[in-house]
Design a protein around this ligand. Structure first.
Ligand code: FES
Length: 167
């Protein structure tokens, strides 16, 4: 009986904990699983070396507590001159990985070549542009600067200004 009671208590705590910190936990788990790229964090800047990424590869890193999606486009993926971040001659999708509807974290679906938000069924294409469901606009591009094969998140370089129309 005592054992059963403890087990119930434990399950209750576990579910409570998941509900309370679900978002943070999910982000932490993603970072651990999907962040093998060396990154340097200082004063809100995160430097990511893109050179190890292969065409079609998708990564999530964390920047200022937000998930950042990085997708290296392969030759089959549609290019988007208004949104692609070009580093060393390769196009990348670099977006803040939060749905523009109500802020859930969409999932990259490689087989369907899209990002899908499970909260209300929103879809985004390979460039992070909303294509279906309630999201009202594309996923946001974080401020970035390019240094050789590295992406510096948190600083607005000329490539960023050009993409977001500040040039
Ligand atoms: S939060 Fe993504 S579709 Fe609603």
């Amino acid at each position: 009986m005592a054992v059963e009671q403890n087990r119930r208590d434990f399950l209750g705590m576990a579910f409570g904990g998941v509900a309370a910190v679900g978002g943070v936990f999910a982000l932490g788990a993603m970072k651990q699983t999907w962040d093998p790229l060396p990154s340097v964090q200082a004063a809100g800047f995160t430097t990511v070396d893109l050179s190890p990424m292969k065409p079609g590869e998708f990564r999530t890193i964390e920047w200022r507590k937000k998930p950042i999606f990085i997708l290296k486009k392969d030759s089959n993926m549609e290019k988007n001159g208004n949104r692609d971040v070009v580093v060393d001659g390769s196009e990348y999708t670099v977006v803040i990985g939060l749905c523009t509807h109500l802020g859930c974290i969409p999932a990259w679906k490689p087989n369907e070549q899209k990002f899908h938000c499970a909260c209300h069924g929103g879809d985004f294409d390979v460039s992070g542009v909303n294509t279906f469901g309630p999201p009202p606009r594309p996923m946001d591009i974080p401020p970035f600067k390019i240094e050789g094969s590295k992406l510096v998140l948190g600083e607005e370089g000329p490539e960023y200004d050009k993409l977001v129309g500040n040039a």
